[in-house]
Design a protein around this ligand. Structure first.
Ligand code: GDP
Ligand code: IMO
Ligand code: MG
Length: 424
């Protein structure tokens, strides 16, 4: 069997959690492959909402196993809090959650380093979620990190102290005040708690499952424009958020990957600093933010809002090998007279559909306008979309050369219009 991959095509928060939760019953295993508690994936089921940061979004379904893959960075404290929340939904987490032994651990001092580094950057700060993501991946590639499997070794505490001492030396450079006493004891308590869960070799788990004919969905975090290699560097996260990250982050070979579901909002948002060519600084942007409740699921920060950017979306499509698009939050545009789509950029006086090296102020977005549908989508089906929405979706499909297989019309699990032929 194969692995399908689901990724964000913009700057994160595209609605990945909702779509994974909907698709989960079609799979045996849902696996996160990168990122960590910087992610916030929202699921709305039976009028109740849950935000998952580290646990894969298949956890609310019976008979679906959820793997936190080796490419993820784990904060034991956050994970334990999340586990107890999920347990309160009646989920048998001990049975359905698995941790890859090669996943790296976020230490309290990683969070301090993140905060100190951001403070030192001043105006040039990344706008990090301050969850310690960057410093933890730095220790991974710097070959200093602590991994989940280390917690089962007798000298774990010494390994921890050694890494902490290194961090304290670096923090001295920053002249940054902090106190991690309480957090540290909670961290060790959480480590003990995590020992009760199943720690596996993620790569054997996944590949054995594939040989047994099991179906796996790899759940991306963040979005393609936040990818460490291809995003709007340096205003990015510290992992490969694109499909390729699923190979490293789970130990699956590229030829095992089949469908790639790319998620995009019907407009665009970004949280944190960095370029966003189609950002709206006016009342229309404000209208999108308020209609879409665009406030971060992890930090509560207001999200910057703008029109959909097809230049960036096309870039994301080929980087990821997207085979079908799920268009989310279409309902947010229900009341708009006109919907704009950025289909080219003008860079230094030249019109292009390619991203330049840097997305700076020299970029101007060129827009094509579409009539708004000005009606609720509550009663719509994929085959009976309002004609204006149909026109918008058809344009998207022909521009991208990729079918829009799903249109999401609300936060709830069931608010999804499906193009039957494209179902995974
Ligand atoms: P993720 O990080 O990609 O999983 O997305 P987030 O959960 O951070 O942000 C998406 C937000 O939009 C959440 O509050 C979801 O409940 C909500 N949402 C998802 N799909 C839809 C939709 O189709 N319409 C509306 N109105 N809200 C949606
Ligand atoms: P999900 O999975 C939106 C952004 C941060 C910041 C930059 C770097 O919910 O889509 P980091 O904490 O990784 O050092 O922050 O990336 N960012 C996200 N934006 N959604 C996310 O995750 C994000 N994870 C990180 O705001 O600009
Ligand atoms: Mg999110």
């Amino acid at each position: 069997m194969n692995v399908d991959v689901l990724i964000g095509m913009q700057w994160g928060d595209e609605g990945k959690g909702k779509i994974v939760d909907y698709l989960a019953p079609n799979y045996d295993i849902i696996a996160r492959f990168q990122g960590g508690p910087n992610a916030g994936h929202t699921l709305v089921v039976n009028n109740e909402k849950i935000v998952l940061h580290t646990i894969p979004s298949g956890i609310l379904h019976d008979n679906t196993y959820n793997l936190i893959g080796n490419g993820v960075v784990i904060n034991p404290i956050t994970l334990c809090k999340e586990i107890s929340q999920v347990k309160s939904w009646g989920v048998d987490v001990e049975k359905y959650l698995l941790l890859a032994e090669k996943a790296h651990l976020i230490l309290p001092t990683h969070k301090v380093l993140d905060a100190a580094s951001e403070a030192a950057k001043g105006k040039a700060k990344i706008g990090s979620t301050l969850r310690g993501i960057g410093p933890t991946y730095m220790d991974k590639t710097g070959r200093n990190g602590l991994r989940v499997g280390d917690v089962l070794t007798p000298d774990f505490k010494e390994k921890y102290e050694k890494l902490k001492a290194k961090h304290l030396q670096i923090i001295q450079m920053y002249d940054f005040e902090f106190d991690i006493t309480e957090e540290e004891s909670e961290w060790f308590e959480s480590i003990e708690e995590l020992k009760r869960y199943t720690i596996v070799s993620g790569e054997y788990y996944v590949n054995n499952a594939l040989s047994q004919g099991k179906k796996i969905l790899a759940e991306g975090a963040q979005g393609s424009m936040l990818d460490i290699d291809f995003g709007t560097y340096p205003f990015v996260t510290s992992s490969n958020t694109i499909t390729a990250g699923a190979c490293n982050g789970l130990g699956v070979a590229p030829n095992k990957i089949k469908e790639v579901i790319g998620i995009s909002k019907a407009y665009c948002t970004r949280v944190g600093s960095g370029p966003f060519p189609s950002e709206l600084h006016d009342a229309v942007g404000e209208q999108i933010r308020s209609a879409g409740h665009e406030f971060g699921a992890t930090t509560g920060r207001p999200r910057r809002c703008g029109w959909i950017d097809l230049v960036a979306l096309r870039y994301a499509a080929f980087l990821n090998g997207v085979t079908q698009i799920a268009l989310t939050k279409a309902d947010v545009l229900n009341d708009f007279d006109e919907i704009m789509v950025c289909d080219t950029y003008t860079v230094n006086g030249k019109v292009t559909n390619e991203l330049p090296f840097e997305l700076n102020d020299d970029i101007q977005c060129n827009y094509k306008g579409f009539k708004g549908w000005k009606q609720s989508l509550e009663e719509a089906s994929y085959d009976s979309l309002p004609s204006q929405l149909q026109e918008y979706v058809s344009f998207l499909e022909s521009y991208m050369g990729i079918p829009v297989s799903m249109i999401s019309t609300g936060p709830e699990r069931e608010k999804l219009l499906i193009k039957q032929a494209q179902l995974v």
